[in-house]
Ligand binder design. Structure first.
Ligand code: FE
Ligand code: FE
Ligand code: FE
Length: 265
């Protein structure tokens, strides 16, 4: 206790942490914190405390409030960054999903993409609600991963034949990668919200998480119930470019190293 009190006097931020850890320390923390707050008009840490907006009432109630708030802040920043990231990702998806819908062959898959666009718009609204709950302006921050995933979907469209089930199988593959990214994002954010004591935010994020899982499952069902089976029967010419590339590499004695690398040995 004596050591802890000494530290409190020396490092103002650190003191209340220990007070929080032990209930018995709370009264000491009150005593220690009171003179510090009065004297600490100029130092930077006083400014930080003001920004953190620990109200006087809260300070009076619990002298330890300022320090845990600081600790939470770092995690809160991470949470906010994650929200901005998924906010961008979802907005981006509302533009990508109609493209996938138009590219799809089967009505079943077209419908799935169309419906998920509507769901995605609701999810955007939910992210905005979370921003509102934590008093932060809803701002989107570019999600490189989602941009990459939608580019990959574009590649599948350009590399597959229009009107084939093979293209649909590829679109499902691409869309499931997107869903899995979202599942990871919302799962993580919901956990952070829980840790931060943001129950309502956690519930909202959890709701979206479930929708992404349902979508993933639905895509799997579409794939295994019909599309993959039909795609398996499809025959078509091997892409000319690939033939040329393969022949060139073989002629040069350069065994397609990329292909070899991708072969599971
Ligand atoms: Fe989503
Ligand atoms: Fe991201
Ligand atoms: Fe989704």
């Amino acid at each position: 206790m004596a050591k802890a009190t000494g530290k409190k006097a020396a490092a103002k931020q650190a003191a209340p942490k220990k007070a929080a850890a032990k209930k018995a320390a709370a009264p000491t923390a009150k005593k220690a914190a009171a003179p510090i707050v009065k004297k600490a008009a100029a130092p930077k840490k006083a400014a930080v405390l003001k920004k953190v907006a620990v109200p006087k009432k809260a300070a009076a109630k619990k002298a330890s409030a300022s320090s845990p708030a600081d600790q939470k802040n770092l995690l809160q920043q991470l949470f906010v960054d994650g929200l901005k990231d998924i906010y961008w990702a979802e907005k981006h998806l509302t533009k990508a999903l109609p493209k996938l819908m138009r590219a799809a062959t089967s009505d079943q898959l077209k419908q799935a993409f169309e419906e998920h666009k509507v769901v995605t718009e609701q999810q955007i609204g939910r992210v905005e609600q979370v921003f509102q709950l934590i008093g932060v302006k809803a701002v989107a921050k570019k999600c490189e991963a989602m941009e990459g995933l939608t580019k990959e979907a574009d590649s599948i469209v350009s590399e597959t034949q229009k009107g084939t089930m093979s293209r649909d199988a590829g679109l499902i593959l691409a869309a499931q990668k997107v869903e899995h990214y979202e599942i990871a994002s919302y799962g993580g954010l919901a956990q952070l919200a829980s840790t931060l004591g943001l129950e309502e935010a956690k519930n909202l994020l959890g709701q979206t998480l479930q929708e992404e899982k349902d979508t993933d499952e639905r895509l799997t069902q579409i794939a295994v119930s019909s599309i993959n089976v039909e795609a398996e029967k499809e025959k078509g010419p091997v892409k000319e470019e690939e033939n040329k590339e393969d022949n060139m590499q073989e002629n040069k004695g350069e065994k397609a190293s990329e292909n070899q690398e991708s072969d599971p040995v």
